[in-house]
Design a protein around this ligand. Structure first.
Ligand code: IPE
Ligand code: IPE
Ligand code: MG
Length: 249
């Protein structure tokens, strides 16, 4: 059986970082304290992924729908995001991490956006690992954005409608250029996608863990990678075909 098993490291991991509010409420704290400790998990997981040699890590930090939360929570999250970007600047640059953002970043407060844009620019030439923050992000919104761009190019006559295939369309998404998503992890026990990378999850392995995001540290990531490594990814083929591919590679 072992030859059927992929022992490879995922090239691209996505994480739905959920459970901050429940973690805080269980300790009798404000929800925002959960987000604060969650930022520490972000630091630990980013560092661990970088050390393991993961090429791309995409973190769902704030959804298009999260704007509808109470205004104090939204403001608190925006302040934590600003603190994170300022506080992690050196760590990101010193470790060769390339920072990117996906989502409607134009909806972020001006200061956060300026800080984000500056760090995205300053880290653009780094090749260590691509860290993508999904901010004001929705999978459906992101597909609609890409469709608008496709429609604009078709109307301008620079794109033939018949040429729009999976690869061409993928090139219009904000995740274009990232490796295919291999592994999606969601914390907090919820088993749903909540409008994360809808197009990109096509063949991702999904792992749902009970740990709440503020508790999720590198040991949890290692356990997920262990599970991932034990799965057979078939991409529509038969198990025998996959096994002979593995032997010949
Ligand atoms: C995830 O934690 C962080 C964001 C969505 C911004 P939650 O804030 O959703 O925490 P729970 O799910 O309410 O526990
Ligand atoms: C998904 O979590 C969004 C992020 C982790 C940023 P939510 O807490 O917003 O998702 P639902 O409401 O449980 O589906
Ligand atoms: Mg939640």
């Amino acid at each position: 059986m072992t030859e059927h098993v992929s022992r490879r490291l995922p090239r691209h991991i996505g994480i739905i970082m959920d459970g901050n509010g429940r973690w805080a409420q269980r300790q009798g704290l404000d929800r925002i304290e959960g987000h604060r400790v969650g930022a520490e998990s972000v630091r630990d997981i980013t560092r661990a992924a970088r050390e393991l040699g993961v090429e791309a890590l995409t973190l769902y930090a704030f959804s298009s729908q999260n704007w509808q939360r109470p205004v104090e929570e939204v403001m608190g999250l925006m302040q934590l995001l600003q603190d994170y970007l300022v506080g992690e600047r050196a760590e990101i640059l010193d470790n060769g991490i390339r920072l990117r953002a996906i989502g409607d970043s134009e909806k972020l407060p001006g200061t956060v956006r300026a800080t984000l844009d500056e760090l995205v620019g300053a880290s653009a030439a780094n090749r260590g690992m691509t860290l993508t923050l999904a901010l004001s992000y929705g999978g459906r919104e992101s597909i609609a954005r890409a469709v608008r761009a496709v429609a604009r190019d078709a109307a301008a006559g620079t794109l033939r409608p018949d040429d729009v295939d999976v690869d061409r369309f993928g090139g219009y998404l904000q995740t274009a250029g990232l490796p295919p998503l291999d592994l999606l992890i969601r914390t907090s026990g919820e088993q749903r996608i909540s409008n994360f990378l809808l197009w990109e999850i096509a063949y991702a392995e999904l792992i749902f863990v009970d740990a709440l995001w503020p508790e999720f540290r590198r040991a949890h990531l290692h356990a997920c990678l262990e599970q991932y490594g034990a799965r057979e990814r078939r991409f529509g083929l038969t198990s025998d075909q996959v096994a002979s591919d593995v032997e010949s590679s």
